[in-house]
Design a protein around this ligand. Structure first.
Ligand SMILES: [Zn+2]
Ligand SMILES: [Zn+2]
Length: 399
């Protein structure tokens, strides 16, 4: 292993305890999406204590630059998210959430603490790499339209423009000490579908006088599955699920309308729009053919997340060098959504997973659950690896 990697490892080890403290502070004081006022101020204070200048973006987002030698030569961005979820924590740890009903249940406390630790390391070794590392602490990952989209609109990918952006996310399926990568499509776009099927209600014993929206809806739900089975390429993962059907009639009452709600997820932006068009056309045509009609509203959520193959390949190699090949795994596709996807639509991106599981200590709960927690040993990996990947990427003379 080269000297700089060794030095980063030593610094990561030395700073782990402080990082645990930072993580616990953020964990105990969670704030909801776009309300991360105290968290943003805290992040600013910590960065300033390392001698870094900070800039506010998107109200509660914070950006800072670590400048190495020849800082204009190349820029790489590292991203963390600041927000917590509306969940009441059930862990009995002494850093348990002090904000009733709000919890860092998606590990964004870990991402923020890790990026602060990486910042400290990078600032310490700034004389030993060329280029600039842009630190991006964004608000509101968990809530549409997503802090990432606002940061991009406010220019986070400009001045200086990074050649790539790297994000790290906790992964409770993977043991602490390990990390996971996937090249190409990784996470899904997620759109919400709201359909109101309209008919004409009346006595259930007199079907000839009614237009039954319940029957129309039954056909519609079955028919819409052909969008997935007959129009989606088998090479592009696609999911269409309806989790809510509301027909407020009775055993003997046909209602006037039925409400249907679902989610559409895929991993191709062209197909995504084409699928929306087909869903609409099929729903309208089918309802009309059965004598009814429908209102259909499809709300765009986050886009799909693509990991740039070159950047991800280099980051994976850097991780294997730093942690050993045995600690780097290949990830499966993930049909969940993440607003980091917005960056991946604009610039080369790599979103990798940080293992946080510890079976022996019972740390196995999934994200977005009231008992989610991490093995804090993961923080040493988190801070060092992020710094190392950034440095390696600045070394790579691409573009
Ligand atoms: Zn989440
Ligand atoms: Zn998350």
């Amino acid at each position: 292993m080269n000297q700089l990697a060794q030095k980063i490892k030593e610094l990561a080890q030395a700073y782990t305890q402080d990082t645990v403290g930072i993580r616990r502070h953020i964990h105990a004081n969670p704030e909801l999406s776009f309300e991360e006022h105290n968290t943003a101020t805290y992040v600013e204070q910590v960065l300033q204590s390392y001698g870094l200048e900070t800039v506010r973006m998107a109200n509660t987002g914070v950006v800072a630059l670590v400048k190495g030698r020849n800082p204009e030569s190349k820029t790489i961005a590292l991203r963390a998210d600041l927000d917590a979820l509306p969940i009441t924590e059930q862990n009995t740890v002494d850093y348990k959430s002090k904000n009733e009903g709000v919890m860092h249940a998606c590990g964004h406390d870990v991402h923020t603490a890790s990026l602060l630790g990486a910042a400290r390391i990078l600032q310490e070794v700034r004389g030993e790499f060329e280029g600039t590392v842009k630190l991006v602490f964004q608000p509101g990952e968990e809530k549409f339209p997503g802090g990432a989209s606002i940061m991009i609109k406010e220019g986070v990918l400009q001045q200086p423009a990074p050649s790539g952006i790297i994000g790290q996310h906790v992964f409770p399926m993977l043991p602490a000490g390990k990390v996971g990568f996937r090249s190409g499509m990784y996470m899904a776009s997620a759109d919400e579908i709201y359909i109101t099927v309209k008919g004409k209600g009346g006595h259930a014993a007199l079907p000839e006088l009614n237009i039954d929206p319940v029957l129309i809806t039954s056909h519609l739900i079955v028919a819409l599955q052909q969008i997935v089975s007959r129009h989606a390429s088998p090479k592009v993962p696609t999911v269409l699920s309806f989790g809510k059907v509301e027909a407020l009639g009775a055993t003997n009452v046909i209602p006037n309308e039925v409400k249907v709600e679902g989610t559409f997820r895929t991993m191709d932006e062209v197909w995504r729009k084409e699928a929306h068009r087909r869903i609409r056309k099929l729903a309208e045509g089918l309802c009309e053919s059965m004598g009814g009609s429908c209102d259909i509203d499809i709300k765009f959520g986050y886009p799909f997340l693509k990991n740039d193959p070159d950047l991800t390949g280099r980051a994976r190699e850097a991780a294997a060098l730093y942690l050993g090949e045995e600690n780097v795994v290949d990830l499966d596709l993930w049909m969940g959504a993440e607003d980091f996807a917005y960056y991946s639509q604009e610039v080369a991106a790599c979103f990798y997973r940080l293992g946080t599981r510890n079976e022996a200590r019972g740390i196995t709960s999934g994200v977005h659950t009231p008992t989610f927690d991490i093995d804090e040993a993961a923080l040493e990996t988190g801070i060092g690896l992020m710094a190392w990947i950034a440095v390696q990427e600045l070394e790579a003379r691409t573009a």
